[in-house]
Write a new protein. Structure first.
Length: 121
């Protein structure tokens, strides 16, 4: 009986994490952009040089993201459009950088693929 209750609790927790994952990741993304002074110019330079974003993300963010991703079944919601929308309010200049720049959107698509691969998705 206790195992059944534990199993139900684990399923409920996974469901809550899956439902809140986009909000949690949005908070992590905006905090990272703010805490590490990521500017539109820095991102623009990375796009032009085709540099990867993942190595700039601190290890504790890697661990948090991988832990969160392990509790959900997919990251289909994590797209370039989602990123633009997630940063639009707190970092409008970064959002606008990717809104109208095809090369920037393609670069962001590649970053998202890499992040999903790193998360094991």
């Amino acid at each position: 009986m206790l195992d059944n209750i534990r199993g139900i609790g684990e399923l409920a927790l996974r469901g809550m994490v899956a439902n809140k994952a986009p909000d949690l990741f949005k908070g992590m993304l905006n905090a990272w952009l703010t805490d590490f002074f990521i500017s539109p110019q820095m991102l623009s330079d990375m796009v032009i040089k085709n540099q990867s974003l993942w190595p700039l993300i601190p290890e504790n963010y890697h661990v948090q993201f991988q832990r969160m991703a392990s509790k959900i079944s997919d990251l289909d919601w994590l797209t370039t459009e989602w990123v633009i929308d997630a940063v639009r309010k707190e970092h409008p200049s970064i959002a606008s950088l990717f809104l109208g720049w095809k090369k920037g959107r393609n670069w962001m698509d590649r970053q998202i693929i890499q992040i999903k691969e790193e998360a094991g998705m």
